[in-house]
Design a protein around this ligand. Sequence first.
Ligand code: DP6
Length: 353
Amino acid sequence: QTHEKTATSPVNIAVIKYWGKRDTELILPSNSSISITFSKEHLQSKTTIRASPLFEKTRLWLNGIEEINVINNKRLQNCFRETKLLRKEYEDKLSKEIGIDNVIPLSTYHLHICSVNNFPTAAGLASSASGFACLVYTLSQLYELPVSATELSKIARQGSGSACRSLFGGFVSWQMGSKQDGSDSQALQIASSDHWPELEVLICIISDAKKGTSSTEGMQSTVKTSTLLQHRINNVVPERMKLMTNSILRKDFNKFAELTMKDSNQFHACCLDTFPPIFYLNDTSRAIISVITEYNDKSGEYKAAYTFDAGPNAVIYALKRNIPEIINLISKYFPPNQDNQTFFSDPSKLFSD
Ligand code: DP6
């Protein structure tokens, strides 16, 4: 009587950042964004879901700790409601085909959900992205939903905006859409994970402490108070989306790197332009920016691109042949120690489908 499915989902890190919502209920962004999905081996969420007519309520455990307020968690409820609705439609269709007695009414069962991350939660390493993507994907597997990844991305988006991009591997855009009901705010794949094998990524964990201002709160504060954000939304991102897509399709690292760094800088500038200001970068983050800038200057071209999300940790994109040099450089300035643990993931294994 118990039905169970397990699945994993990878993290994605944006190179054109999503920051700001035009609808906070449906999670509709004020600008489109582009990200790269990492390999599941290093940074992933793993979710197991059981459905049973014997369960009295839906329960969820995150990294072993039970979330007590599942009922009042709107984002979770959105994902449950939308996937259940699709399951119900599917059950109705099946009933007509094979008879109601042969269809398991999974849409009426409560769920027990267990989700774990193999990396620090809420340290600005996109744990909500992989977490919600995994929840929605695992539900779609459990419910055997006959829908595409893009359809699922619209549901994952209602859990956490950036989660919609983790439904795809490789290079992914989230088209902001213009409809009020959000039906055109969805993720699309720009290129698959094997498109640009020379591109690799390094993650420097500067701090795994939980961040001060969550991205959800931070971005709405920016929407309310920053004039720079309006400039970014209207005059910068639309053109950058095209340029970034082209640089990826043409595998033009120099352009890709320039756009990635500029977009990270502008996102953090918008945070500073928020009132009161929000600081996600710390001294070590800024020092890494300087080291990379100097390295690029000396090289006469962009050989490394930094980007930072809502936390101090650096994500560095570079071509495979330059990775050893960059690791050397960074570990020279920032030798790993207990307080300042600079962690390098194995870059060769960081992309997946
Ligand atoms: C800086 O997706 O975490 O990582 O939609 O409120 O859940 P919610 O926000 P979230 O914001 C991510 C912001 C970012 C940039 C990005 O991933 O594009």
